[in-house]
Structures are given as structure tokens and as C-alpha cells.
Design a protein around this ligand. Structure first.
Ligand code: AMP
Length: 294
């Protein structure tokens, strides 16, 4: 067996020391390293990120860590789906070389007291109803990037605001990594894949499948020059008749700095997206859709 084929087996590291031993060996032999942070319960959306990282670099690392600091006490940290054995099989067959699955005390040892706050871009949208969320995300991603020290890290556009928060943090803190966004992977009916889709009952799943159709038709109308406030009103009514329990937000925002568009036709010079967070049954789902530009 050649050294390369031995190394094509997925390794698993649980400590920073074990992780660094593998990654440093790759880096010192001149190989680039791609990284995909996840919370596990992996689906094809996550795996598309792993495949993209594998195309962009010589070696690929994916982390599996359900980060307690991005959940509020009333949220689903303890019930969040966990299935490490299956996740490792999926990573192995997607071309990942190393899974990093640290226990909580490896990430947050006793005495831990540092946090990262990315200001403006963390506000509004998910930052409004989950005020703790982006602080937890930025801090854990900063730690993971420092631990792995990848050349490139891939994040999904499914969590578009998160992608902008991470890009801002990396720029502001001069972190030596390239952040790449990857397109949203969807189920056959267009529902954005999410580990939380597993919570949906059959009826809720049918309602969830309508969210993407509502925001994509809103984006179509906007690209045809419709007034943003009309489109938002019609979108809210469509969500109500689709049977969502509650709309957390439905907004049109610039995709560069998240400036809201409240009324009037979209400025074709500014790329914009429709953003949604809706509660279906008890499950909070998010999605977004780009407004096509002429
Ligand atoms: P999570 O495990 O939910 O924290 O997600 C880990 C990464 O996978 C994040 O960068 C997400 O944006 C990305 N991701 C989750 N779902 C999808 C999807 N349906 N399509 C593309 N990327 C996704």
C-alpha cells in the first residue's frame, strides 16, 4: 500500500494535538488544507461543502461539534440530532481525509472566558430572535480555524448571514484563510436540506416544502421590477395560507452588507436576496433566495 492510499482512509482526531499532528504534516509537505465546520447529522448539503473543499485543496478536514454556546437555554441543544458513526461513513465516502470531533472540554476548557463579537452584520435577521447566536458561532469558528489552520474554509449559503459574519471576522482579524460560500442544496421539492428537517411531521414537511416556492416567486417578482413592500405583503399572506405557525422574519436585504430593502423596485446594481425564518410546528427553518438581475 502506498503512503497516499494509507492516508486516504478517514482519520479521526479528538484533540488539538492529534489534529495538528496530521495537518502540520500535510502543510509541511506543501499540501493545502480545506476545512468544513459542521454540527454533524450530516446530509447532502454538508457533503457538497466537503466535496467543494476537496476540489479546492489537497487535503480536507471536517469538524463535527454541536456548539453549546450558540444555543439559548430554551433551544434544542440537548435534542439536536447526533449520529457520529453515520457521519464518519458519509465523510469517508465524500473524500474527507480527517474528521475533527472534539469533546466539549477540548473546546471550552475550565476557565474559558473569551468571545468574539462581530457587530453590524450580526444584527437583524437571525441576530434579532437569537441574540446569543452569532457570538457563539464567531467564537467557535475562530477557535476551529485557529486549531485547523486551513488554507480555505467552506460555508453554506443556506446560513447566508453566518457566511457574512465569518467573512467579516476573518477580514477584521487578519486570519490567514480564504472563506468560500457554497450554494444551497435542496430536496426534490426545493426544501433546503437541514439537520432540523428530521423534526418535521408529515404535515409539517408538506408545509416546509412551500417556503422555498414562496420566496423564489417573491424573488422573481422583484427581478421583474415589483415594489418590495407589495412583494413582502403578498409573501406574508402566502406563508399564512401555507400553514406556517409563525414567521420569525421575511425580509429583502442586500447580499453584501444586509441593508434592508423595504419598498420600491430593487436597484439592479445591488445584489439582493429574500431571507426567511419561519416556525413550522415547533421547528425553526431558514432559507434565502437571490433576486435574479437583468
Ligand atoms: P450546520 O451543521 O447546520 O452548522 O452546518 C454546517 C455547514 O453546512 C454550514 O456552513 C451550513 O451553511 C452548511 N449547510 C447546511 N445545510 C446546507 C444546505 N442545504 N446546503 C448547503 N450548505 C448547507
Amino acid at each position: 500500500m502506498s503512503p497516499l492510499s494509507a492516508d486516504s482512509q478517514l482519520g479521526v482526531a479528538r484533540t488539538v494535538k492529534a489534529l495538528r499532528a496530521r495537518v502540520d504534516a500535510w502543510r509541511s509537505s506543501g499540501q493545502s488544507v480545506g476545512f468544513v465546520p459542521t454540527m454533524g447529522a450530516l446530509h447532502d448539503g454538508h457533503l457538497s461543502l466537503v466535496r467543494m473543499a476537496a476540489r479546492l485543496s489537497d487535503r480536507t478536514v471536517a469538524s463535527i461539534f454541536v456548539n453549546p454556546t450558540q444555543f439559548a437555554p430554551h433551544e434544542d441543544f440537548s435534542s439536536y440530532p447526533r449520529n457520529e458513526a453515520q457521519d464518519l461513513e458519509k465523510l469517508q465516502s465524500s473524500g474527507c481525509h480527517l474528521a475533527y470531533a472534539p469533546p466539549p472540554e477540548q473546546m471550552y476548557p475550565p476557565g474559558f472566558q473569551t468571545s468574539i463579537k462581530v457587530e453590524a452584520v450580526s444584527q437583524g435577521l437571525c441576530g434579532e430572535s437569537r441574540p446569543h447566536f452569532f457570538g457563539g458561532v464567531a467564537t467557535v469558528v475562530c477557535k476551529l480555524l485557529n486549531q485547523v489552520r486551513p488554507t480555505v474554509a467552506v460555508f453554506g449559503e443556506k446560513d447566508f448571514q453566518q457566511l457574512l459574519v465569518i467573512k467579516r471576522m476573518v477580514r477584521d482579524l487578519d486570519m490567514p484563510v480564504e472563506i468560500v460560500g457554497a450554494p444551497i442544496v435542496r430536496e426534490a421539492d426545493g426544501l433546503a436540506m437541514s439537520s432540523r428537517n428530521a423534526y418535521l411531521s408529515t404535515d409539517e414537511r408538506a408545509t416546509a416544502g412551500k417556503l422555498n416556492k414562496i420566496i423564489s416567486s417573491m424573488a422573481d417578482r422583484l427581478s421583474e421590477g415589483a415594489d418590495a413592500s407589495d412583494v413582502l405583503n403578498d409573501g406574508r399572506m402566502a406563508l399564512e395560507s401555507a400553514g406556517v405557525s409563525r414567521v420569525d422574519y421575511l425580509e429583502i436585504r442586500s447580499e453584501t452588507d444586509l441593508t434592508p430593502v423595504l419598498y420600491g423596485p430593487i436597484d439592479p446594481a445591488i445584489p439582493a436576496r429574500v431571507f426567511i425564518a419561519a416556525i413550522v410546528g415547533k421547528t425553526r427553518l431558514i432559507d434565502n433566495w437571490p433576486v435574479r438581475r437583468a
